[in-house]
Ligand binder design. Structure first.
Ligand code: PLP
Ligand code: LYS
Length: 415
């Protein structure tokens, strides 16, 4: 459920007509709905019930300051994977003491920055990283709070590029090796053990893999307790899928309830790291049809957005719904490939879409709020697009469209 709906033949974002926003802010344009973000966030927050918990929104899904600020105002925590993301959280008014730091390759500089800012904990992904964190904390005479990201070897049943919980993936430490590493951590003078973390992949459409992973994590928690290592939190990661097409992922409520039920009765805090489930359907990408073209009976709609603006279709062959901003009442559907102006055959936003369109029409690519703008680039020297947030009848520009001059900001001619 989101707030992008037709009123008559006109697509609205909350109470704002998308065509009016496109006129005001130009295209291509990302539009986000504040009400949708808040509703999705609350779904996670409320489903844990009485259990102590923290929703740590995965910043990588959409890191615009205004988006982070909406969640910071709700009291959200944040899951970050770089110094840049932590700096964004702080700039957006987020509380660093509610931040978990994930990722396989944290640099000493990033660790030092996070220690200075007082984050909640590091999700450690290797023995070498643990030693680096201990050393950096030692140099600062600080104690670093850590949690180990374990790899439970569970098949998430998702696209291979976004599956992370299998033995062959680079993420986490094998769950069998974990007790040894926890024991080792107890011998390090600048480390405090806080919890355990597990993230098995993204765009999961069933609860069962999450529960299978959690079962294995709970066995580990009990094994550690027998060894007098007591954890104060379990971080179940993110990964809950959304409906792009005809997927039927569990509602965040059902997902969070199923997890909370397994943990109930334990004196432990639950952490979630949802990204996509909060943001994907809170955003659309609006693009204008530049030309219609037919090559050997294949129809193309060449639009002003491209793979540099929204990479998911090209990278994962991801399907996202493409709908008209104004439905035409005359004419008939034709099957189009919706392609961008970039010089790559893989530059498409959708293939074989039945649409009744003309040159100059606006299209909306749905479910673009997560991993849309954050994965965009300047490929083909295309300035990155503007972002707008709507709130009822109000709209605010939350990121200006890049200018041509900004494309070479920081570049230098040879002397
Ligand atoms: C460690 C970690 N946490 C959270 C997430 C957020 O995942 P999702 O957007 O699927 O909820 C990711 C990305 O998959 C991740 O790598
Ligand atoms: N970027 C991916 C998800 C990867 C999640 C990163 N941990 C997507 O668009 O589906």
């Amino acid at each position: 459920m989101d707030y992008f709906n037709y009123q008559g033949n006109t697509l609205f974002a909350e109470q704002c007509a998308v065509s009016t926003l496109a006129q005001q802010y130009q295209t291509p344009l990302y539009i986000y709905s504040r009400a949708t973000i808040e509703r999705h966030w609350h779904a996670f927050d409320q489903a844990a019930g009485e259990l102590p918990h923290l929703v740590c929104y995965a910043v990588k899904a959409n890191s615009n300051l205004a988006v982070l600020n909406v969640m910071a105002r709700l009291g959200s925590g944040f899951d970050i994977v770089s110094q840049g993301e932590l700096a964004r959280v702080i700039a957006a008014g987020g509380d660093p003491s509610k931040v978990v730091f994930s990722g396989v390759g944290k640099t000493s500089e990033e660790i030092a920055y996070a220690l200075d800012k007082g984050i909640y904990c590091f999700n450690v992904e290797s023995e070498a990283e643990l030693e680096r964190i201990n050393e950096v904390a030692g140099n600062k005479a600080k104690i670093a709070p850590v949690s180990f990201r374990v790899n439970p070897d569970v098949d998430a049943g998702t696209h291979p590029y976004i599956s992370t919980g299998l033995k062959e993936n680079k993420f986490g430490i094998s769950i069998e090796e974990a007790p040894k590493l926890y024991q080792y951590a107890t011998t390090l003078s600048n480390i405090a053990i806080k919890g355990v973390d597990c993230h098995i992949g993204s765009q999961l459409t069933e609860v069962q893999p999450f529960l299978d992973a959690l079962d294995r994590v709970l066995v580990l928690v009990d094994t550690l307790a027998e060894q007098e290592i007591h954890l104060s939190h379990i971080d179940v990661g993110g990964g809950l899928g959304v409906c792009y097409d005809d997927e039927q992922p569990p509602h965040p409520n059902d997902y969070a309830k199923a997890i909370a039920e397994k943990i109930a009765g334990r004196d432990i805090t639950l952490i979630y790291e949802p990204g996509r489930a909060i943001m994907a359907n809170a955003g659309i990408l609006v693009t204008e049809v530049e030309f219609l073209k037919t090559n050997q009976e294949k129809h193309f709609a060449i639009v002003d957005a491209a793979m540099n603006d929204l990479l998911r279709p090209s990278l994962y062959q991801a399907w996202q719904n493409i709908i008209p901003v104004e439905k035409r009442t005359e004419g008939t559907d034709k099957s189009y490939d919706i392609v961008g102006p970039i010089c790559e055959t893989g530059d498409f936003l959708g293939k074989d879409r039945a649409l009744n369109i003309e040159q100059g029409d606006l299209l909306a690519v749905r479910s673009s709020g997560a991993y849309g703008f954050t994965m965009s680039s300047n490929y083909n020297s295309r300035p990155r697009v503007a972002e707008v947030m709507v709130d009822g009848e109000q709209s605010s520009l939350i990121r200006e469209r890049e200018t041509i001059e900004q494309l070479w900001q920081g570049e230098h001619l040879l002397p």
